[in-house]
Design a protein around this ligand. Sequence first.
Ligand code: GLY
Length: 359
Amino acid sequence: MSSLVNPTCDVLIAGGGIVGLATAVELALRGAQVTVLERGQCARAASWAAAGMLAPQAEALPSGPLLELALRSLSLYADWTAKLETLTGLNTGYWPCGILVPLLAEHQNQLSCQERPQDWLSADAIHQLQPGLSAQVIGGRWLAQEGQVDNRLLAQVLLAAALQLGVDVREQVELEQFQSDGDQVRQLLTTAGEFRADHYVLATGAWSYELLKLPVTPRKGQMLALQAPEPPFKRVLYGEDIYLVPRQDGRVVVGATNEAVGFTKGNTVAGISALLKGATTLFPALAELTIAELWWGFRPATPDEAPILGPSPWQNLVLATGHYRNGILLAPITAQLIADFLQTEAVDPLLSAFRWDRF
Ligand code: GLY
């Protein structure tokens, strides 16, 4: 155990992914002195592996607090990314391009005619809106309010903003243990010594269980990217078990598997071939593109697939983890609610649905 004691700060954030960085930036903008500790490199892990969809409805989030949280976060996105872009002079790739949810004939039993939502497009309408879809597409939803952000760019912008605002960001620091006195965390032991703060935020995503025995487990997602000379379509296509996210530069992000295999690394033949089959079934011309990249990541999953936010068993430790498939989408609202909670100790009514002790 190291005896090095680092300078004390107002808020110490464990985890330098998008949730930790967004919270750090929000707190720094409100005048707090913030330190971020990251076990690897900031802005990597799930924040880097994601596709960046802003897709509360395409992801079919259940109505109730999670959908409300997601819609509130989506409504913050335009101003939040504009503010970060102004602050740093960098581009986040925020693109409110809409999401099309095409239905293939083979899946039509999943939706009866009575269930068709108001935003439903007929076969003719969907093929007119989006040429190039498979002839097997028999209709679908058009979610004009949803879209995407380039999650890799956004994470880098957040890191740049944090540094610019004076956040003390430490990378390659293994987080070993919170030490407490009664209901207060006294310090966090790490491979870079002991860190003390008035308040602590746990934002370590899929690795949260290592520090606190919260029910957060890794859920692997394999992904790939195709490269076209220019975008083959200009909206997200969200099919059954497959999504296609076009970037402005002609890259198409294809995701994702959803595997309960712990932290098993690597792309598999089964995973990648399923993604390629799903992609070319939905949009056949993708078969001509080159494969630019393969990767995988670990979503932080909870038993009810909703995040764990707000108070913890310790008075000065706040939880911001378990965002599962929606970490990029939920980053701005998480940062805002956690910063509000730290500033006022008032729990937003929405936060109470995401307490750690609901399990
Ligand atoms: N939000 C998409 C995914 O987790 O694959």
